[in-house]
Ligand binder design. Structure first.
Ligand SMILES: [Zn+2]
Ligand SMILES: [Zn+2]
Length: 106
């Protein structure tokens, strides 16, 4: 398994980052959403979004990212792709710090 594949598994474990930001708790199942412009597509520049839900198709109380895109998403929730990436990195690093603390005994 490659590092980026491991990263995606970590994001899947953390759950939907938009649910975490909008509702205070993550949800599953999730899809890996590629951020920003299609010309900037990169497997490291991704977040996990619930599917159905924040990614596509929506569900109760949730307007999806696709097909409305960044503008509608930001207008709806007050945050967009950059903020989701930042929070997602924070959540991954919390897991890393926790595992590091366990490994080093404090
Ligand atoms: Zn969600
Ligand atoms: Zn997507």
């Amino acid at each position: 398994m490659t590092p980026v594949e491991l990263y995606h598994l970590e994001l899947r474990d953390i759950g939907c980052i938009a649910c975490l930001m909008q509702l205070g708790k993550p949800s599953w199942p999730v899809a890996i959403h590629h951020l920003f412009d299609p010309s900037q597509r990169d497997d490291w520049l991704v977040v996990a979004l619930c599917e159905p839900g924040h990614h596509q198709h929506g569900k109760a109380g949730i307007i999806p990212f696709h097909p409305g895109g960044e503008r509608r998403f930001r207008n709806t929730y007050g945050f967009g792709e950059v903020e989701m990436l930042k929070r997602s990195i924070e959540e991954v690093m919390k897991v890393q710090f926790f595992q590091r603390a366990l490994f080093h005994g404090g």
